[in-house]
Design a protein around this ligand. Structure first.
Ligand code: 8OZ
Length: 373
């Protein structure tokens, strides 16, 4: 039988009942006192949970140093673990499966988010172009980061290992390493942000090293069958750029394939960087189609999918599952809408980041939608 978007998919220690995935989405609605998830976050994720459906919870810093945005939940304190436990319990009570995305923002942080207002860290002291937001949601220029010393790298890797252990303690079914979108790991990977001359810079092997060492540490802690990774080949988010992505990602994905991870999650180049705007880059290669032959395991694909293109991508075998972001924000019952071919409700970009229930938990499901007149 041909695989379809609504057919089951074995994934690590569980079997998904369909292949529609909630993409990891930054929403900046944790309690800012301690960056702790709470009841509103539990309600949001539970609204999107379905029996055997995979939710990938938002990018979550592995340490205080990893933070780079206001009101983002962490996974490095006891209170955060307890907060996340209420989220995973709410999702599990609806039969859902939930992974946590492990994050370090690197150079695209800002000193206002750092302990003791320290300089953000990065592979090299190269500032990102453009602006970010400070702890008060005000626009500020990026700062020049401090290059991490070689001696700091084992400790950095250990923060990912500890965060994975914390995620499991918080009830997550697994973790996804955020290796994409111009954050710390991708800063190591890309030639434009990594000019190091040690074992973590220069050759493709060296620039891929941190991704692989972080992966190995997480796998050793919680198992390859609970460890996924997200990559954005040809990505341009957060002023990221690589001179020659094809050999770079071919090497990295071949190496990751040896680790038999639970999944590889790709962001299509056509949608890279669209978290912050409705831009679609046309005429880009399809990452899933290019890298599928290198990846024997489960492949999740993301980036501007519609119902039809998601059905097609799975039926054609380009991907095993499809992650939806923006449409899952405004359609808590996205899975039911896809099942019944019901229209998607439009999303409101102004309420993506920060705020309260408005634009977060108040999008109605179809059954609660006001009747058409
Ligand atoms: C939008 C705003 C802030 C962060 C990503 C975690 O791009 C993010 C993010 C997106 O992966």
């Amino acid at each position: 039988m041909t695989d379809t978007l609504l057919s089951p998919l074995p994934l690590g220690r569980t079997t998904l009942q369909h292949r529609i995935v909630l993409a990891p989405l930054t929403r900046m609605r944790a309690n800012p006192a301690g960056n702790i998830p709470g009841p509103l976050n539990a309600e949001y994720y539970a609204q999107r949970a379905t029996p055997g459906g995979l939710l990938i919870a938002e990018a979550t810093p592995v340490s205080w140093q990893g933070h780079g945005h206001p009101h983002v939940p962490g996974i490095h304190t006891k209170a955060q673990i307890a907060g996340w436990k209420t989220v995973t319990d709410a999702v599990h009570s609806k039969g859902g499966v939930i992974y946590l995305q492990l994050w370090h923002t690197g150079r695209v942080s800002h000193s206002s988010h750092q302990p003791d207002r320290a300089q953000p860290v990065a592979p090299s002291a190269i500032r990102a172009a453009g602006k970010t937001i400070d702890a008060a949601f005000q626009p500020v220029d990026y700062e020049t980061p401090r290059a991490l010393t070689l001696a700091e790298i084992p400790g950095l890797i250990d923060t990912y290992r500890q965060a994975a252990a914390n995620a499991v303690a918080a009830g997550f079914d697994g973790v996804e390493i955020h290796g994409a979108n111009g954050y710390l790991l991708e800063q190591f990977l890309y030639s434009s942000t990594n000019t190091r001359t040690d074992a973590y810079g220069g050759s493709i092997e060296n620039r891929s090293r941190l991704h692989l060492e972080v992966t190995d540490a997480v796998v050793a802690e919680i198992g390859a069958d609970r460890t996924g990774i997200r990559l954005s080949p040809w990505g341009i988010a957060n002023d990221s750029f690589d001179a020659d992505p094809l050999p770079l990602f071919s090497h990295l994905i071949r190496e990751l394939a040896k680790r038999a991870l639970v999944y590889l999650h790709l962001i299509e180049p056509r949608a890279s960087g669209t978290g912050k705007a409705d831009i679609v880059r046309e005429n880009q290669p399809s990452a899933a189609e290019i890298f599928r032959p290198l990846w024997p395991g489960v492949l999740i694909d993301a980036g501007g999918f519609t119902r039809d293109s998601a059905i097609e991508a799975v039926a054609a075998g380009h991907a095993d599952a499809i992650a939806f972001g923006r449409h899952f924000i405004s359609n808590p019952d996205l899975v039911a809408r896809i099942r019944h071919n019901a229209p998607f409700a439009p999303y409101h970009r102004a309420t993506f980041y920060g705020g309260d229930a408005a634009g977060y938990t108040d999008y109605p499901a179809l059954a609660d939608a006001p009747a058409e007149v």
